[in-house]
Unconditional design. Structure first.
Length: 478
């Protein structure tokens, strides 16, 4: 079949429903009609295999001999050099395996109805002289109303009776699905009706708990557990399971065929007369979801949607812890020092930078009373400047010039000085001619104390004395 081929044997391919190693299931309609059917179609590689063709013929032979509401009905088969397929009813429903994975509580609520319908289908097969030999959730279709269809008769075989039981020897190969296969099949003993009962027991265990009774690290390990390990009661995995259901399922999973129910009719009778769950599984699920929503954390980053929350509750996982809020430390303005002491790394010692050590010979840069802050002041030494010899100071000016009497010197006043009220004048001392020719040491400049500033106000800077040309220090008004 080519990839773009849509019509095979007079049927138009609509949708691929499932795909296997050698076959595909397609939804098809007959040309000129609208009634949907299902087609089991051999893949091109399988068309080259005589064994695959033989299996397709065998399945159609078994299925066409069976007619029961709970068994899928087969209609016609076509096998030639181009293609091979058979047509059957199209039952729009997912497999039991898919429903266990997607909606286990609702599937459990229909537990007894599913068991009843499946057992009726297998009873009909047994009455026709056939065993299914591949009972598993994948081969049981169930719709929302609880209707059941059993599919896939590729491994079905005749039930040995009378002399055939005595002549039946060891099987050549193991046929079945490892998770659901009976211990005697693994040991290559002849299959019996009890082999199907064991496989159905594994299926019912999975419906009751959500998982099969045995699992292994490898296929061989799984088969060994089927042979030598007893199944645990389903109630250990699901506390809602009753003791009666535990007993019924464990009996179906007995290692020896003689310890299991005699036939499918007995299985059907057992489940009709027992209570399977303590409480309706779907009602229990809804109550757990409601309780989970009531206890759900209101935190945005911890909030879960209803499905995830219900899944968490059904698995017994504890709810996430409610996030704790740290106590917020606040204080009125002006009292933050007490709060900072309570916070590590936020104290006064951490907030205040450590004072930088002052290099020897360095002085803080003064500010000129009339210039820009940080402007150089004559006579000041700065780091990196060469040391200079002090020049002689002359009261009257440069050497050799006559001294101007103090009362003849012009008095310059700054705008600040002009606003100062009358202030005593500081007169220069009289210097003789001989004293003027001798170098005089530089007069010591008076240190002006830094004014103390208040918290919320800045004191005005005091006016400089009239007898000083420059200020060496100013009040700190920063």
């Amino acid at each position: 079949m080519s990839d773009n081929q849509t019509i095979i044997g007079g049927y138009e391919l609509k949708n691929c429903v499932a795909s296997g190693a050698s076959t595909q299931i397609w939804e098809v309609t007959q040309q000129g009609a609208t009634t949907p059917f299902a087609m089991k179609l051999l893949l091109p590689d399988a068309m080259k295999s005589p064994e695959a063709k033989a299996v397709l013929k065998h399945e159609f032979k078994v299925g066409s001999a069976l007619e029961h509401p709970n068994l899928v009905r087969l209609h016609r088969m076509e096998l030639n050099r181009d293609h091979g397929f058979f047509i059957m009813d199209y039952f729009r429903a997912p497999s039991l395996k898919a429903q266990i994975s997607a909606n286990l509580p609702e599937t459990q609520s229909r537990f007894k109805k599913i068991v009843e319908a499946a057992c009726q289908a297998f009873v009909h097969m047994n009455e026709k002289g056939w065993m299914h030999r591949d009972i598993k959730p994948d081969n049981i279709l169930v719709n929302k109303t609880g209707e059941v269809r059993v599919i896939d008769f590729s491994l079905a075989c005749r039930i040995a009776t009378g002399i055939m039981k005595l002549l039946a020897g060891k099987q050549k190969s193991i046929m079945g699905t490892r998770t659901y296969i009976a211990p005697e099949i693994i040991l290559k003993k002849p299959p019996t009706v009890q082999s199907d009962i064991y496989s159905l027991g594994v299926t019912l265990f999975e419906i009751a708990t959500g998982v099969p009774p045995f699992a292994g690290m490898s296929p061989s390990d799984l088969l060994k557990k089927h042979i030598g390990e007893a199944a645990a009661p389903p109630s250990l995995a699901n506390p809602n399971v009753t003791g009666e259901l535990d007993t019924a399922i464990l009996r179906m999973l007995a290692k020896k065929p003689k310890d299991r129910p005699a036939d499918m009719r007995e299985v059907m009778s057992i489940f009709r007369n027992i209570k399977c769950f303590k409480e309706d599984p779907f009602e229990l699920y809804e109550r757990k979801v409601k309780d989970a929503k009531a206890n759900e954390s209101l935190s945005v980053d911890k909030r879960l949607d209803s499905r995830a929350d219900a899944d968490r509750v059904s698995r017994g996982i504890a709810a996430p812890a409610k996030p704790t809020k740290g106590k917020r430390l606040t204080a009125p303005i002006g009292e933050m020092e007490a709060v900072k002491k309570l916070i590590p790394g936020k104290g006064a010692a951490a907030a205040a930078p450590a004072p930088q050590p002052q290099m020897p010979g360095m002085q803080m840069m003064p500010q000129s009373p009339y210039g820009m802050p940080g402007a150089p002041v004559p006579g000041m030494m700065y780091p990196g400047m060469p040391m200079m010899q002090p020049m002689p100071q002359y009261p009257g000016g440069m050497p050799g010039q006559p001294m101007m009497p103090p009362n003849m010197m012009p008095q310059l006043q700054s705008p600040q000085q002009s606003q100062i009220s009358q202030k005593p004048q500081v007169t220069q001392p009289q210097v003789t001619q001989s004293q003027a020719t001798q170098p005089q040491p530089a007069p010591q400049k008076p240190q002006v104390p830094v004014a103390q500033t208040a918290k919320n106000s800045v004191a005005p800077a005091p006016a400089p004395p009239e007898d000083l040309d420059y200020m060496t220090d100013l009040p700190d008004i920063s």
